[in-house]
Ligand binder design. Structure first.
Ligand SMILES: C[S@@+](CC[C@H](N)C(=O)[O-])C[C@H]1O[C@@H](n2cnc3c(N)ncnc32)[C@H](O)[C@@H]1O
Length: 237
């Protein structure tokens, strides 16, 4: 776990449960990891999601964690998202959470370059009893597919594919979203490396720079949430 400010961590170690002077909000008690673990598992996945997650792990299509899935479902429900684009289908874990939060006539358009992953996702949707017309599973590289999609036509875009391509996915995502639509990016704390200034590998640098760019983008109302591997969420103004 990497501190937001070193002074905060030092102070927290000496004064558990108290904010460091001048830090406004930073608190890091010794119990924080236990609280995070509790929150991650607070709402639990159902059996179909659990199976999809297992298949994803077997196939190497790393599924979103439980807390991240719960958050996706919440955001889809809050936005009453009828049309959702997902970049990175995997074996369908995140899609199942999204579909649970979307209205019953909502359509998930999901893109993945790997047809084996998509086969597993189709199986998961069927096991969950999702009507086949509610999912559009598109095979292809995201950057080939996204330019063909319509501006302002989507309520929510979820990004979880090639980390180095995130900046380009995001440019498309902002274009695709309607005003009031929700953008979500998974892995924005990237194995706790984004908050570590010493970590300078290509993927970490791309994600760190992108997070800061989006934080300062006046078209968005942003938040970076310490859920799972870090979820960036924003509403398009
Ligand atoms: C982390 S997994 C997605 C997991 C999924 N969101 C879930 O929770 O089950 C990333 C997925 O992105 C796909 N992917 C990687 N590069 C891609 C690209 N350029 N275009 C489309 N999909 C890509 C991989 O095949 C993989 O299935």
């Amino acid at each position: 776990m990497v501190p937001q400010q070193p002074v905060g961590l030092l102070y927290a170690a000496r004064h558990p449960g108290r904010a460091a002077p001048g830090s406004r909000v930073w608190r890091m008690s010794a119990q924080k990891p236990a609280s995070w673990a509790y929150a991650e598992e607070f709402v639990t996945e159902d059996e179909v999601v659990e199976q999809a997650r297992r298949r994803g792990e077997e196939l190497g299509a790393v599924p979103v964690g439980n807390g991240a899935g719960v958050l996706l479902r919440l955001l889809a429900a809050a936005a009453r998202a009828r049309s959702v684009v997902e970049i990175g289908t995997g074996a369908g874990t995140s899609g199942l959470w999204l579909l649970q939060g979307m209205p019953e006539d909502g359509i998930l358009t999901t893109i993945d370059v790997d047809t084996e992953h998509q086969g597993a996702a189709r199986k998961a949707y069927a096991e969950a009893g999702i009507a086949h017309q509610r999912t559009r599973v598109i095979a292809g590289r995201a950057l080939d597919v996204l330019p063909r999609m319509t501006d302002g036509a989507y309520d929510m875009v979820v990004v979880d594919a090639d980390k180095r391509e995130y900046p380009e996915y995001v440019d498309h995502a902002i274009r695709l979203l309607r005003s009031g639509g929700v953008l979500v990016l998974d892995n924005m704390l990237w194995h706790d490396k984004v908050a570590d200034p010493a970590a300078r590998d290509a993927e970490t640098t791309v994600l760190r720079d992108l997070g800061k760019r989006l934080r300062d983008d006046e078209r968005l109302v942003p938040a970076l949430l310490p859920v799972g591997d870090g979820m960036f969420a924003a509403v398009k103004r």
